[in-house]
Design a binder for this molecule. Structure first.
Ligand code: HEM
Length: 110
């Protein structure tokens, strides 16, 4: 079985970046317990793009699908769905999902 990488690509207006990051800092923290979950990172754009990447890696496509269709995903997106504090509704104006299979990988030795 090969791991899969699912990246949610978020278009975030400049004046909503702080709000988006704050929502992630208060995220539900449920994805960590999802079956087959391997990694998550929120990547803040520095150069070459203005879009944020929500990087996730999973043991299999099926594990990702199960998480996305389950309650943990809904609860993990409560703020994005309803809005919170300043500015109701989602902080992002657009999103698209990129899918990859891990073809090669490495970590530091030792
Ligand atoms: C309409 C599309 C989406 C938008 C606008 C969006 C935005 C957000 C926001 C603002 C949060 C912060 C927490 C909260 O909202 O309560 C969040 C959490 C998260 N999002 Fe998304 N998201 C979307 C879809 C996805 C997809 C398809 C993935 C998978 C690649 C993903 C991965 C995650 C993860 C892993 C978390 C953390 C959940 C946790 O802590 O349990 N999101 N998202």
């Amino acid at each position: 079985m090969v791991s899969v990488v699912k990246i949610n690509v978020l278009t975030v207006p400049a004046d909503m970046r702080a709000e988006l990051e704050q929502r992630f800092s208060k995220r539900a923290g449920m994805v960590e317990s999802a079956d087959g979950f391997e990694w998550f990172e929120l990547l803040r754009p520095v150069e070459g793009t203005e879009r944020y990447l929500v990087y996730t890696r999973w043991r299999s496509e099926e594990d990702f699908q199960n998480w996305q269709q389950g309650q943990a995903f809904q609860r993990g997106h409560a703020q994005a769905a309803q809005g919170h504090g300043h500015g109701q509704g989602p902080a992002a104006t657009g999103s698209e999902v990129w899918s990859f299979e891990v073809a090669e990988s490495a970590g530091p030795k030792g």
